[in-house]
Structure formats: C-alpha cells, structure tokens
Design a binder for this molecule. Structure first.
Ligand SMILES: *Cc1c(COP(=O)(O)O)cnc(C)c1O
Length: 422
C-alpha cells in the first residue's frame, strides 16, 4: 500500500533547485544555513539536552531529553518521595496527575479539557479503547459483527485488536487505511486506524475517515503515536470518538513514559472500561466492593499511576510552552522536503527509494527510504553520528522532530548517506 516514489523526482515545495538549475552540495549547505537562520522555531532546541555532534533523527522512536526534566525528576525523587513520602499523594498532587497531565497534553491533540487521561502503555490503552468502543457500538447498534483494523498497523495494535474482537464477539477485517471508508458499512461496529503509518510515514485522512465511520454508525479509535506532537490532530474538531497515543516519541516524555487515552465528552457516561481498577472508581477511597466508574476521562484510569515517569512527562511537556502545532507542522514539511531534495542530490541514482508520500497531505513527519542492506547502512550512519533507525526488512527511517532538528541536520544526514553509497 505504500507507493514507491523516487527521490529523484521534484518535491512538493520549492527545494534547493533554482532557476539556474539543480543545486550542488555547496548550495545545499548554504541553503540549509539560510533556512535555519529564518526558522522561527530554531531556538526551541535550547530546551533540550542533546549530545554534541550527533544528528538525532530518531525522535519518532524515543524523543530527546528536555533540559528541565533531570532536575525536576531529581526533586520528585529526593524531596517529594524521599522527604514528603506518602504525603505527596496529596501535597505534591500525585493522585491527580493522570488527569492534570492529560489536560496539559490535550491542546497538542486538539482536545478540550477533561477528555484525556494519562497512564499505562499504548498497548493497554488500546485494549481499553477497543473493548470500550465495541461496548459502545453494541449498546447503540446491536448485531454488528465487524472490527475494521488498519492492515499495516504497528503489530501491537493488531494483536490487541484481535484479542479485543474475540472478547467482544467481533470479527477483525484488515483494511487498507487509505480506502477504509469504502469498507465501512452497516455491519461495522469498530474501526481502528493509525493516523501516521509507523513504517512508511504515510499520513491518513483523520477528518474524512472519522466522518465516514460516524456516517456508517461505527465507533472509531485512532492511534496517534506517530502524529501527536508532529502535526495538528484536531480530535474535537473532527468528532473523533476515542484515541490513544504514546508520549515517548514526538512528545519527549522519556523511555516508557505513560501513554494516554482520549474519550470524547459525548461518550464518557457510557464508556465501560474492560479494566475497571480502583483508580477509575468514583470514590476510590470508599473501598466499596462494587464498581462505580468515575465521571469523565478519569474512568479510563486503572491502578496506581507510575508517578516517576508521569512527572517526568509533565516536565517534558513544558518544552511545548508557547509552541503552535501548526508552525511545527510547517517546519516538519519543510524539513522532510529539504531532506528528500538533499538525498536526491547526494545519493547516487537508484540506491534508495522513498516510501514516504511526496504529497504533503499524505506525509507525516518522517522519511522512510528503502534500500538494500538497510540494517548495515543504518549501523554505518549511526557510527558516523547520524541516528535514525531500521525497520525490517529494508527501511531506513528518519524522524524529523521540529522542536530540535534543523535544516543543517537534514543536510548532514543526507550527505553522510551519500558518502556511504559513494
Ligand atoms: C510506538 C507505538 C506503539 C507502542 O506501544 P507501547 O504499548 O507503548 O509499547 C503502539 N502503536 C503504535 C502505532 C506505535 O507507533
């Protein structure tokens, strides 16, 4: 489903090609310097601790460390835990962290307050969302039998979907997300789609597919792992039902940082979590034997939150203060355009092929290049200080995180790749 696109072709916006002909390497370096000088977001890099001399293009797998997190985390450990001990559940506002941090993250995915709760992994939140979605669908329109699942999905989503479907009596039907609308019908209960494909970087039409799902009477769950923090999502604006995402990629929450669950206001009263832990109870400290779900997104909580990771994430999100996601998106597209243009200039013809769509409307914030010996090529890039990653069987992945990656980084990455093939 990924359309191979030659990197030799023109990019969608003016790249380094000038009226006088294609740019040479010297022009590309000069162009990178100009673009960096004109970049209104360039100063945000100072909010991060990055190693000297490394071009980091793997923020779509593990985001960089925001500079303030180390001190904040030390304070949480030594003072809030070490000194205040159990008093911190109240006095340091640990108990309410999942909702508070959900509200802090919400603007980045276009959600009004009260609909996002942070905690657990993406995999666990997918389970809650998919079983919850099936229960919503079966209550509203009994008898429907199908769960449509993005055929190219990140494996954990597919595994969890299969189990959720089995538990709720649905049958999984794999769909090409680009044409998922055609597959939605009066038998569709639930739809699970990825906003951006993790392997190819293809961006799917969240607005159009959500509208199609709602028109078909299905409940749609979006996985935002590769879009949140890289581009506008617009959950409320587009009427999304449920969504999940991780926080350790473009949101820089740290390794294993807790994920999030979005439950649209209109579904909250009926959302029936398959993991009704005591943290999601209306009165957790009443210690009642019977489960009564809390109001709002809080019913998406399960057990005691992982406070150390959670408060590291809270601090990490300060890196977004005053940052407009639309500006991040504009820079992301400019970076990936420029990188593709540099690759076309530096890499000998025929050695790599981009599987990331050229059209902006279909492109996330990464460039995936297919090549022979991709594993070895990526190892060599990393040895030369350009960190991307490899995805089996033959993809080099380069993530462009506009908060801390610049145009000179893109140029150096492409130039280094060219040297490896040279
Ligand atoms: C990164 C990613 C995950 C990660 O799931 P975890 O439970 O956090 O390990 C899941 N789905 C997609 C689409 C991802 O990109």
């Amino acid at each position: 489903m990924s359309e191979p696109i030659s990197t030799q072709g023109p990019t969608a916006t003016p790249g380094p090609t000038t009226a006088s002909g294609p740019a040479g390497p010297a022009d590309l370096r000069a162009r990178a310097a100009q673009l960096d000088a004109a970049d209104a977001l360039a100063g945000l890099r100072d909010r991060f601790s990055l190693p000297e001399g490394v071009v980091y293009l793997d923020g779509n797998s593990l985001g960089a460390l925001p500079a303030a997190v180390a001190d904040r985390t030390a304070d949480v450990v030594t003072r809030e835990w070490g000194e205040l001990l159990i008093r911190s559940w109240d006095e340091s506002a640990w108990w309410t962290a999942p909702e508070r941090i959900g509200d802090k993250l919400a603007p980045l995915v276009g959600a009004a307050p009260g609909q996002v709760v942070v905690g657990d992994s993406t995999s666990v939140n997918l389970f809650k969302a998919l079983v919850g979605a099936a229960r919503l669908a079966q209550a509203a329109r009994p008898g429907r039998t199908r769960m449509l699942v993005d055929a190219a999905t990140f494996p954990t989503d597919g595994y969890i979907a299969a189990s959720a479907a089995r538990m709720t009596g649905l049958t999984v039907t794999p769909v090409d997300p680009s044409h998922a609308g055609d597959a939605m019908d009066a038998d569709t209960a639930v739809v699970l789609l990825n906003h951006v494909d993790y392997r190819t970087g293809r961006l799917h039409d969240l607005a159009g597919l959500t509208a199609a799902a709602r028109a078909a009477g299905a409940v749609v769950v979006w996985d935002l792992c590769h879009s949140a923090g890289a581009l506008p999502v617009g959950l409320d604006e587009h009427g999304v039902d449920l969504a999940v995402g991780c926080t350790y990629k473009y949101l820089n929450g740290g390794p294993g940082a807790p994920a999030y669950l979005y439950i649209a206001d209109r579904h909250q009263a009926a959302f029936d979590s398959p993991l009704p832990g005591w943290n999601g109870h209306a009165e957790p400290f009443a210690m009642n034997p019977g489960y009564v779900p809390a109001d709002g997104a809080r019913r998406g909580r399960v057990g005691t939150p992982d406070i150390l990771s959670m408060l590291a994430l809270e601090s990490a999100l300060d890196a977004w203060d005053g940052v407009c996601v639309e500006a991040v998106r504009a820079k992301s597209l400019a970076l990936t355009d420029f990188f593709l243009a540099c690759v076309a200039e530096y890499v000998p013809p025929g050695r790599v092929e981009s599987v990331t769509p050229v059209r902006h409307a279909h492109r996330g914030s990464q460039v995936s290049l297919r090549t022979e010996n991709a594993r070895e090529v990526m190892a060599e890039l990393i040895a030369r200080g350009v960190v991307g990653d490899f995805r089996a069987p033959d993809v080099l992945r380069f993530g462009f995180t506009p908060l801390y990656v610049g145009f000179a980084d893109a140029e150096r990455a492409a130039r280094t790749l060219g040297h490896i093939f040279g």
